[in-house]
Design a protein around this ligand. Structure first.
Ligand SMILES: Cc1ncc(C[n+]2csc(CCOP(=O)(O)OP(=O)(O)O)c2C)c(N)n1
Length: 584
C-alpha cells in the first residue's frame, strides 16, 4: 500500500492506539493537518502556544498511563516545545513529539522557519529522529513509541521534513521493534534482591523512600504489599505523591527541601534506606554528605545510570519497580522465617515509637487568621471537599509546595506537577491534557498568579475544547517563592518579586468565556470552592491570600535536611493551638 508521508504518520498513531493529539499547525506540517481534516478516530486539540501542547501531552500521559502525543510545526514552534520536552525528560514522562521541518534539500540553508530541531532537542529528549527517507517513516514512529514507553520512560522527538510528508511511500507498520543497543533491564538480579531482603529484615531503623518510578510502573499495589508485610514507614518524593496514601499511619509524607520534619528526621536517622523509583535529586538530599549518613542504601531503579549518581548506593537493583517489588516481597517472606530476631523486633518497636513522636510533635502547621486567607487553608479545603479524589495539577512556586504538603493524596496517577525542571506555566495546559484523558473527572489546577500568567491563553482552549478545568489561583500578588528566598536568604532585599499590572483574573476568565469567581476572606473559601466544583465548564477562582506567608519546613539550599527552618522565629512550633489548625 502506498500512502503520503502525512497519512503514514496518522495511520501509525492509529495503530499505536493514540486517541488524542495536542497540536498547533503551520506550513511544514500542513500536509498532516490536511489528512487530519477527515481522518476518523483521532481527536486533535488545538492549543494556543506549542509549549502547552507538550505540557498537555504530559498531563494526559501521567494520569492515563498512555503515551502523550503532540504535533507542532517547524522553527519557532519546535523551539517553543523544547521546555515541555525537557520537563518530560526530567520527570520521566513518555511522549512522542512530532515537529515539522523544512524540506530535506533546504535543511541547513537558512530556510524560512528552519531550526536545527534534532540538534536543539538532543539533550532535551530520551531519543530523537530526523526522518530523511520516507521509507523509514513507519519504522521510526514504531521505534519512537517503543523507546518513549519502555525502560525509564521519556520524551522522543520525530522531526518530519515537508517533502517526506508530501511524497508517497510504501506503508507497512512493523509489528515489533529490535534495537540492538537498547535493552532495558526489567527483572532485578535475584542475588541482589535477596541481599536487600536480608538487609531489610535485619534493619532496626528502616525507611522507604519512594518516587515517581512507582507511579510510572504502576507499582503501588506491590508497594502496599511490601509495607503490609514489613510495617516500614514510607516517605514520598514530590513526583511520588499518591504512590502511597498519605492518610495511612505509616506515611511520612514528602521528604526533602519542603518535606515534613518527621520524614527528614526519619531518613536522617535510618539505618537502612530503601529508595524505589527515585533519583536522589538535590531537592531531596540537601547536602549529599549529610544525607542518610547512617544508612545502608538499597536503590531499586530501572535506569542503571541513576544508580550511585548522586549518593553512593550499597545494594543496587536495576529493574522495573513493579517486578522487583513483587520479587522482593517473595524474598522477604523467605527471610522472615528466621528473622527478625527478638533484638531487632525490640529496636523496631522503639523506632516506630520515635517516628510517631516526631509526627505527633512536629506536624505541618500554619497560623490561622480570621482576617486574611492562608494559602495552606485553601489547599486543605480543596483536599477536604474532593476527599482526595480529584486530579490535581499545579504551577511552580510556593503554591506547588503547599499542595504537596497539604493535599492528602490517596491514589497514584492523580497528580501532575513539574518536579525536575520546575516549569512555571505548567499548570493550566497540563490540566487540559489531564482533562482530555479523563473526561468526567474533576481536574483542579492550583496555580500561582505568576505561573498562571505564563500560559493563561490556554483558557481559550479549555472553552473551545470543552475541557472543564477548575483553576484556583493562590494570588499573593507576586512571585511568592522568590519573595520567600529574598526574605529568608537575601535579607529582605526584595527585587522583582512583586507582580504589579496583573489583570483582574475574574474578568480575564470571563473574557475567555469561563466562569470567574473571587475570594478575599477566609469565611468565603469553602462556599467559593463548592461553587467552583458545582459550576459546569472551566472556572477560575482567584483567591487573595496572605502575601507574607512562607513555605515551612524549609531546608536552605546546600544545607543538610536536618537543618530545617520550621517556622518564622516568632512561632513556637510546639504550640498546641497552632497545631490544631492543621486539621490532621
Ligand atoms: C519558567 C520559569 N521561570 C522562572 C522560574 C523561577 N521561579 C520559581 S518559583 C517563581 C515564582 C512563582 O510565582 P507564582 O507562580 O505566583 O507562585 P507562588 O510562589 O507565588 O506561589 C519563580 C519566578 C521558574 N521556576 N520557571
Amino acid at each position: 500500500m502506498k500512502l503520503s508521508g502525512a497519512r503514514i504518520v496518522l495511520e501509525c498513531l492509529k495503530r499505536e492506539g493514540v486517541d488524542v493529539v495536542f497540536g498547533l499547525p503551520g506550513g511544514a506540517v500542513l500536509p498532516i493537518y490536511d489528512v487530519l481534516h477527515d481522518f476518523k478516530g483521532l481527536r486533535h486539540i488545538l492549543v494556543r502556544q506549542e509549549a502547552a501542547a507538550g505540557h498537555a501531552a504530559e498531563g494526559y500521559s501521567r494520569t492515563t498511563g498512555k503515551i502523550g502525543v503532540c504535533l507542532v510545526t517547524s522553527g519557532p514552534a519546535a523551539t517553543n516545545l523544547v521546555t515541555a520536552l525537557q520537563d518530560a525528560l526530567m520527570d520521566s514522562i513518555p511522549l512522542v513529539a512530532f515537529t515539522g521541518q523544512v524540506p530535506t534539500h533546504l535543511i541547513g540553508n537558512d530556510a524560512f522557519q528552519e531550526a536545527d530541531n534534532v540538534g536543539i532537542t538532543r539533550s532535551a529528549t530520551k531519543h530523537n529522529f530526523l526522518v530523511k527517507d520516507g521509507n523509514d517513516l513507519a519504522a521510526i514512529i514504531k521505534e519512537a513509541f517503543h523507546i518513549a514507553g519502555t525502560g525509564r520512560p521519556g520524551p522522543v522527538h520525530v522531526d518530519l521534513p515537508k517533502d517526506v510528508l508530501v511524497k508517497e511511500w510504501a506503508f507497512d507498520y512493523p509489528e515489533t521493534v529490535h534495537l540492538r543497543s537498547y535493552n532495558p533491564t526489567y527483572e532485578g538480579h535475584p542475588g541482589q534482591i535477596k541481599k536487600a531482603a536480608r538487609a531489610i529484615v535485619r534493619a532496626k531503623r528502616p525507611v522507604l523512600y519512594v518516587g515517581g518510578g512507582i507511579i510510572s510502573s504502576d507499582a503501588s499495589p506491590e508497594l502496599r504489599a511490601l509495607v503490609d508485610l514489613t510495617q516500614i514507614p514510607v516517605t514520598q518524593t514530590l513526583m511520588g505523591l499518591g504512590a502511597f496514601p498519605m492518610a495511612d499511619p505509616l506515611s511520612l509524607d514528602m521528604l526533602g527541601m519542603h518535606g515534613t520534619y518527621y520524614a527528614n528526621m526519619a531518613v536522617h536517622h535510618s539505618d537502612v534506606l530503601v529508595a524505589i523509583g527515585a533519583r536522589f535529586d538535590d531537592r531531596v538530599t540537601g547536602r549529599v554528605d549529610a544525607f542518610a549518613p547512617h544508612a545502608e542504601i538499597i536503590h531499586i531503579d530501572i535506569d542503571p545510570s541513576s544508580i550511585s549518581k548522586n549518593i553512593k548506593v550499597d545494594i543496587p537493583i536495576v529493574g522495573d519497580c513493579k517486578r522487583v517489588l513483587g520479587k522482593l516481597v517473595e524474598a522477604l517472606h523467605e527471610e522472615l522465617r528466621t528473622y527478625p530476631a527478638s533484638g531487632v523486633r525490640e529496636a523496631r518497636k522503639q523506632w516506630m515509637g520515635q517516628v510517631a513522636e516526631w509526627k505527633r510533635d512536629f506536624p505541618l502547621h500554619y497560623e490561622w487568621s480570621d482576617e486574611v486567607v492562608k494559602p495552606q487553608h485553601v489547599v486543605q479545603e480543596i483536599s477536604n471537599l474532593t476527599a482526595g479524589e480529584a486530579l490535581i495539577v499545579t504551577g511552580v512556586g510556593q503554591h506547588q509546595m503547599w499542595v504537596a504538603q497539604y493535599y492528602r493524596f490517596k491514589h497514584p496517577r492523580a497528580w501532575c506537577t513539574s518536579g525536575g525542571l520546575g516549569t512555571m506555566g505548567y499548570g493550566l495546559p497540563t490540566a487540559m491534557g489531564v482533562q482530555a484523558g479523563n473526561p468526567g473527572k474533576l481536574v483542579v489546577n492550583v496555580d500561582g498568579d505568576g505561573s498562571f500568567q505564563m500560559n493563561s491563553q490556554e483558557l481559550a482552549t479549555c472553552v473551545e475544547e470543552k475541557l472543564p478545568v477548575k483553576t484556583v489561583i493562590i494570588n499573593n500578588g507576586g512571585h511568592g517563592m522568590v519573595r520567600q528566598w529574598q526574605r529568608l536568604i537575601y535579607k529582605e532585599r526584595y527585587c522583582a518579586s512583586d507582580l504589579g499590572g496583573s489583570p483582574d483574573f475574574v474578568r480575564l476568565a470571563e473574557a475567555y468565556g469561563c466562569t470567574g469567581l473571587r475570594v478575599t476572606r477566609p469565611s468565603e473559601v469553602v462556599p467559593a470552592l463548592e461553587k467552583m466544583i458545582a459550576t459546569p465548564g472551566p472556572v477560575v477562582l482567584d483567591v487573595t491570600v496572605d502575601k507574607h506567608e512562607c513555605v515551612f519546613p524549609m531546608v536552605p539550599a546546600g544545607g543538610a535536611n536536618i537543618d530545617m527552618i520550621l517556622a518564622p522565629p516568632s512561632v513556637d512550633v510546639r504550640d498546641k493551638a497552632a497545631r490544631s489548625q492543621t486539621g490532621f
